[in-house]
Design a protein around this ligand. Structure first.
Ligand code: NDP
Length: 498
């Protein structure tokens, strides 16, 4: 492993952030220190907000919503702010990518690519702000006219995780802003920097104060209080299924706030014998290893046709061995560090359990020791049975379990044998198989002969216990609206009381 100082300098001292409220930094609370998971050095300091800070911040977002400083603007005016934000992000791309790497441990080239996707999210949402519209009913008879209005849902609480701190934020914020809502964001305490930087950028782009606010602190206190806050109209949560479930309870016990949930996955990658096996092996290597497998749409179950299973597992293992794991600040690195100690223990615990339950490691399975930081080799298991923990639970790491099938029906049955339904990938050159499997596997995002491709025009979200609602595209803007039916009498009313 090269010394990162010869690649890109580490900060001299941790960067000290306030939290972002009403267009300004607020400071003076107890601090949380974040160390780079790849280097073990302190990189950022953030504020531990109090519950009173949260109440005050929700009140700021409420005022900004009620006085219509944002929702009262035209879609074109909102779109202009979003386009200016995209321009500013383009200028600060490398800086944002750098902080993302230091807090999260992901590879710098990947982080820069993610910021490009974030810019595209703002540009897409800018167009959507202008196109958002309702409907009309000219079919209610001569005496009545019907209109369906789309109105912003109000104050949105947004809780984001540590695996894609800026990307997941930007797959939501511009679409929420396009709808006219105001926000209080609670990023993961370990990856708050880029969410805070966005506050500064949005203000520079002309977003009115109080529309985008960020509180920082631990999920179990500040996050939990946001889910239960009676003055938050909608909560968008991305993270574990367990906390997603607690959001549902908190919403029911407080004010029945509307919920958007993007939760866990146990995503299948189905490979038929008639596919381009080289392409499929490359797709599978990418699908399981990208972002160290800490990705809700990561492939984690390989379902491969028995007649080519041995050949395919060898092709895939050869690819996985060549993946460059290392210092995320090195531009040659493909996958970097595991983001948190807890996640490192979780992933390695699953690898040990898989072996203890009788599965065979085809490649990987070991911790990589570079003298600092926490790294795990991309790992492929064969001989996996469906009751094993590695077959059923979300691992959220670079670990793939292989299953074999003989018929199309069997492939579909194995793919659907999970409580989750977030994403699926399918490899075949046969159009009948492609369409049949796509129709019958229950997943919110589907890739045929590709994987993790697409843009912010397309919606994302899950079936089953992978969540509720859709983000991005026009679907993503509509998610943050309420529908109001308006009935207008034409002419003189026919009287009820004569
Ligand atoms: P969590 O669900 O705990 O964290 C996600 C977000 O929720 C973070 O911002 C966290 O804040 C916050 N949070 C934590 N507890 C609460 C709470 N009680 N109420 C409200 N918000 C809360 O995920 P973990 O970080 O613990 O990861 C555990 C597992 O979750 C992973 O192994 C993976 O399987 C899954 N996961 C899935 C993700 C996805 O994209 N679908 C993303 C992340 C995790 P803070 O970090 O400050 O505690």
């Amino acid at each position: 492993m090269k010394d990162s100082t010869t690649l890109m300098a580490m900060p001299q001292a941790p960067r000290d952030f306030g939290f972002w409220r009403d267009g300004k930094w607020v400071r003076g609370r107890e601090k949380a220190e974040r160390r780079s998971p790849a280097h073990g050095l302190p990189v950022t300091l953030t504020e531990k907000c109090t519950l009173e800070d949260l109440d005050d911040t929700v009140a700021v977002a409420r005022r900004a919503f009620e006085d219509r400083r944002w929702s009262g603007l035209s879609g074109a005016a909102r779109g202009t702010v979003l386009l200016r934000t995209a321009d500013l992000l383009r200028r600060r791309r490398d800086e944002i990518a750098y902080w993302e790497v230091l807090e999260n441990g992901k590879a710098i080239t990947q982080a820069r690519g993610e910021i490009d996707h974030c810019i595209a999210c703002f540009e897409t949402a800018a167009g959507a702000a202008r196109l958002l519209h309702g409907d009309s009913f000219n079919s209610l008879g001569d005496a009545l006219f019907g209109m369906v209005l789309r109105e912003p849902v109000g104050v949105v609480g947004l809780i984001t995780p540590w695996n894609f701190p800026f990307l997941i934020l930007c797959e939501r914020v511009p679409f929420i802003l396009a709808s006219g809502c105001t926000l209080v964001v609670k990023p993961s305490e370990v990856t708050s920097a880029t969410t805070l930087i966005l506050g500064e950028i949005l203000t520079e782009a002309g977003l009115p104060d109080g529309v985008y606010n960020v509180v920082t602190g631990p999920g179990r206190t500040i996050g939990q209080a946001l889910t239960a806050h009676p003055d938050v109209d909608m909560l968008s949560f991305t993270g574990s299924t367990a906390v997603g479930r607690s959001c549902v309870h908190a919403a029911a016990d407080s004010n029945f706030k509307k919920l958007g949930l993007e939760l866990g996955g146990k995503n299948p990658i189905i490979v038929f014998a008639d596919s381009d096996l080289e392409d499929a092996a490359d797709g599978a290597a990418f699908g399981v290893s990208f972002n160290s497998g800490q990705c809700c749409v990561s492939s984690s179950r390989l379902i491969v046709e028995r007649s080519v299973a041995a050949e395919f597992e060898k092709l895939l293992a050869d690819k996985m061995k060549k993946i460059v794991v290392g210092d995320p600040l090195d531009p040659a690195t493909q996958i970097g560090a595991i983001t948190t100690n807890a996640q490192f223990d979780t992933i390695f615990g699953f690898i040990e359990r898989g072996q203890a339950e009788g599965a065979t490691v085809v490649t990987g399975g070991k911790v990589l020791d570079f003298g600092r930081g926490q790294y795990i080799e991309p790992t492929l298991f064969s001989g996996v049975t469906r009751n094993m923990a590695i077959a059923r639970d979300e691992i959220f790491g670079p670990v793939l379990s292989s299953f074999h099938f003989d018929t199309v029906d069997e492939a579909i049955e194995i793919a659907n044998d999970t409580v989750y339904g977030l994403a699926a990938s399918l490899w075949t050159k046969n159009i009948d198989k492609a369409l049949t499997v796509t129709r019958r596997v229950r997943a919110g995002r589907f890739w045929v002969n590709t994987i993790m491709a697409g843009g912010p025009e397309m919606p994302l979200g899950g079936f089953k216990q992978s969540g509720w609602g859709r983000e991005t595209g026009l679907y993503g803007v509509e998610e943050y609206t309420q529908v109001k039916s308006v009935h207008i009498e034409i002419g003189k009313r026919s009287h009820w009381v004569s």
